[in-house]
Design a protein around this ligand. Sequence first.
Ligand SMILES: [Zn+2]
Length: 574
Amino acid sequence: MKRMTTAAGLALLGLAVSACATQATGELSSRAPPSTSDPASAASYAPIDPERLSQLTRAFAADELQGRAPGTEGERRTIEWLSGQFAALGLEPGGENGGWTQRVPLIRTQVQSPASFSVRSHGETLTLQSPSDIYVSTVRAAERARIEAAPMVFVGYGVSAPERQWDDFKDADLTGKVAVFLVNDPDFEAQPGDPVAGRFGGQAMTYYGRWAYKFEEAARRGAIAALVVHETEAAGYGWNTVEAPAGENYNVVLPPDARQPVLLQGWIQWDAAADLLRRAGQDLAAVKRQARTAAFRPIDLGATLSADLPVTVEAVESHNVIARLPGASRPDETIVYGVHWDAYGIGPADARGDRIRNGAHDDALGTAAMLEVARAFREGPPPERSIVFAAWTAEERGLLGSEYYARNPLYPLETTVANITLDTLQSAGPARDVILIGEGQSEMEDWLARMAASQGRRVTPDSHPERGLFYRADHFSLAKRGVPVLLLMALGGGADLVQGGREAGDAWVTRFTADCYHQPCDDWSADWDLRGAAQDGSLAYRIGRELAFTDVWPGWREASEFRAVRERSAERRR
Ligand SMILES: [Zn+2]
């Protein structure tokens, strides 16, 4: 990339673009955004203004907001700024008690030392070293996590998927036990011709492959702990990523009558797990092959785990920030836009001495795009359905703000038409395509394709479905409860950029991920070309606008793991 030339060119373009988009917005006040076949034209991103996106992002990623960590002074300033923006746009407060916020009570837990882990297996006592053999944390509000001689059971992939005629648990009772899982889903390593091939989306990861699912399934079955056997390729990351949180974890505060999570959750190294199986007369590689068949049955390891860990638990009071534009004729039907306002706050200094992790792309830019979508709605005719604009907290702590909302929705989920989430948009310029994350999940991808075509863009499926990005942003909290979703995110593979093509798009993703993702260098820059992010904002607007003026309810595809839960409330949408 010729950096100087590009930056100079963009500065000029920025001015031209801005003038043109302002004009376009005026004309657009009563009609749909223009259709174009040219993704490099202003019509492709109308009515979103890249210059305004830049200024909003600059303000929201400023050092004054201290990296927007939940429960800090940075949060107070964030709420003030966001609610001020919402109010200036003429939106209604969409939070609790007529205000802009929904209170989100969280806990932060930190495992302290000394932590001890021992396994009693066939007459011998083995010590597991933390964090080299085993890494655990807790999301329960317990000052001490203690397990005494809990039986260990190997549950294979630990999948219970009636819609795929698959049940790894059979009649095994996990109450009070330690469940040991394989990572990913049963067909991840299937060979062609293998009966399991394609049953769980092939290389693409389903929800059943995620550790989050496995921990939840273990809790549903009354297990006291859940351990996933680590394999770098199947997990998608190394042990260094597993142990990086250093015993820290977060959760929403659960009501006393809610199902409690497992007491300890985490990972065990392949070699340590293989040793336990060997002592039980089994070979881990061989039982893994068995686990790729529907006939698999849980294996009692003939071993018990004892663990004792001091834990500190801290209450963190945080908030979602929510605005609403009431629907003119069907206000009870809601389209929810979502972004996350939080970033990583203040941390260790980087090479430049910068300590503030401003989260400029992730997700100040998405937030700016959502504000521009809100502006576009306000400047157009009033939508028939209501539009909710939600800035969730604590996404980076485990999708917790959106999870709290999904557990305590302010607008019923049964009549929430769809959720459109903007999380981490790119700054590398206009694109000829948009990356679809979660291909085959819902009819939202048809709306995406139609509206992308109106921008002169086409849809390209995520190039790394095995990483399971679809399960790793806030839209997922709503998907789990059946709301059809769409995630616009720049990390699912490089876009086909108007300047430089796929190669340039991939290079942007690689550079951003390696250097800046969650680091102080994710900072606002005047050199950004936000026409691509504006295209994505415009796309989000176009889809939401279409949905807001129809009575259509987009549905899940037949094969989706989320179809069944939506179907249960079908009556509410007739
Ligand atoms: Zn994000």
